[in-house]
Ligand binder design. Structure first.
Ligand code: PMP
Length: 375
């Protein structure tokens, strides 16, 4: 198998699974129980949170809210903040290239009466700062802009956006960092809140977090036992939290080594693919080496993805969550690509375990398939 769909989900590290398993056997107690084993788990969760904040180089003005993953974190932050703070202002801002777990939340808030602005993305894969300066105003309470785009891999200009948001004291900046963590250098303290997910960083599935400034008040989505400072009721998944804490630490520790490796893979594939006349590469100067996106000029991407899949080579067309819909990529359309390009894009996304040999094999089979199939 050649697996180039790591932006959808990564294979968990053995250590992440071992930690989950050991804690499931030995520390299965409810962290909210008042006997000593429960209290120990509760205190350990606190320690994990402190360690995570340290890994992100954040001080104690931030807090970690564990939940099921990036979709839930985005929902909690965006719905929770807008609903809680609607008396302070009505405008909320995002971009046209966000993941559906952000875009559809903004669509919902539009229905609830919020004035939503969807920012364009310029030729560099960044927010146009003139446009941003024009739309942000004293009524703006929330800006949510992803760190790295999941389909094309470009990095947005969060540092510059953050400087502008700071001029509006009522407004907070949230970033969906599901594809940023471990994949691109990022100054997390430039945001008031951000979203992360374990299964994107060689961790286990079903655990993620919203990391936010403590002073940010949110309306919870779930009501119940009041766990996670009242923001995520439900028994904390202690083994998953222990495992996630390991994965976060590891992804920071290995960042430079893995980043260089991903650069080699991506550059090698760019060299190979640029020789094929069927391929239109979508390259951006500021982007993660873990994602490579291209369109096909005349062939159908879904047919090529299926032909590769029959050879046990797994890649994705559009984003994995969308790929069953056969809709054009909203990201490529926002980048001013043609409808045809937006319909026929392929995303390769890498992990620390992929090799140059796999890239070569992929190129051989890809070129063969392109020759063989009709347009
Ligand atoms: N945001 C981005 C940018 C993503 O790439 C994904 C995963 N495709 C998500 C959110 C949703 O992540 P999760 O599966 O953890 O809910």
């Amino acid at each position: 198998m050649i697996y180039f769909d790591n932006a959808s989900s990564t294979k968990p590290d053995k250590e992440a699974l071992d930690i989950f398993y050991e804690n499931s056997i030995e520390k299965f107690f409810n962290p909210n129980s008042i006997f000593i084993a429960g209290v120990r788990n509760f205190n350990d969760i606190r320690r994990f949170k402190d360690k995570i904040l340290k890994d992100f180089k954040l001080d104690s003005s931030y807090e970690v809210i564990f939940n099921s993953g990036a979709t839930e974190s985005n929902n909690l932050m965006i719905l929770g903040y807008a609903r809680k703070n609607k008396n302070r202002g009505n405008r909320i801002i995002t971009t046209k290239v966000e993941h559906d777990s952000v875009l559809f939340v903004f669509k919902q808030l539009e229905k609830e009466g919020f004035d939503v602005v969807y920012l364009d993305i310029n030729q560099n894969g960044e927010v146009d700062l003139d446009q941003f300066n024009n739309v942000i105003n004293d009524k703006t309470i929330l800006v949510s802009i992803m760190g790295v785009n999941n389909e094309v891999g470009f990095a947005l200009n969060i540092d510059e956006i953050s400087k502008i948001v700071r001029k509006f004291p009522k407004c907070v900046l949230h970033s969906d960092c599901a594809q940023t963590l471990g994949k691109y250098p990022f100054n997390y303290s430039s945001c008031d809140a951000f979203t992360i997910s374990a299964h994107k960083i060689y961790g286990i599935k079903g655990i993620g977090a919203l990391i936010k400034r403590k002073k940010i008040n949110l309306e919870p989505i779930f009501y119940g036992g009041g766990q996670e400072n009242g923001l995520r009721s439900g028994t904390q998944d202690f083994p998953a939290i222990a495992s996630f804490s390991y994965s976060i630490n590891k992804v920071f520790a290995d960042f430079n080594k893995n980043y260089k490796h991903a650069e080699q893979l991506k550059n090698h594939l760019i060299d190979g693919l640029s020789k094929n006349e069927e391929v239109i590469l979508h390259l951006y100067e500021k982007s993660t080496p873990y994602v490579l996106n291209f369109s096909l000029k005349t062939k159908k991407a879904s047919v090529v993805v299926e032909a590769l899949s029959n050879l046990n080579i797994f890649v994705s067309s559009v984003s994995a969550c969308n790929s069953k819909k056969e809709e054009p990529s909203h990201v490529l359309l926002a980048l001013n690509k043609s409808l045809k390009e937006a319909h026929n894009s392929i995303r390769l996304s890498f992990s620390k375990d992929n090799t140059i040999e796999e890239c070569d094999l992929f190129l051989v089979e890809f070129n063969r398939i392109i020759e063989r199939i009709r347009g």
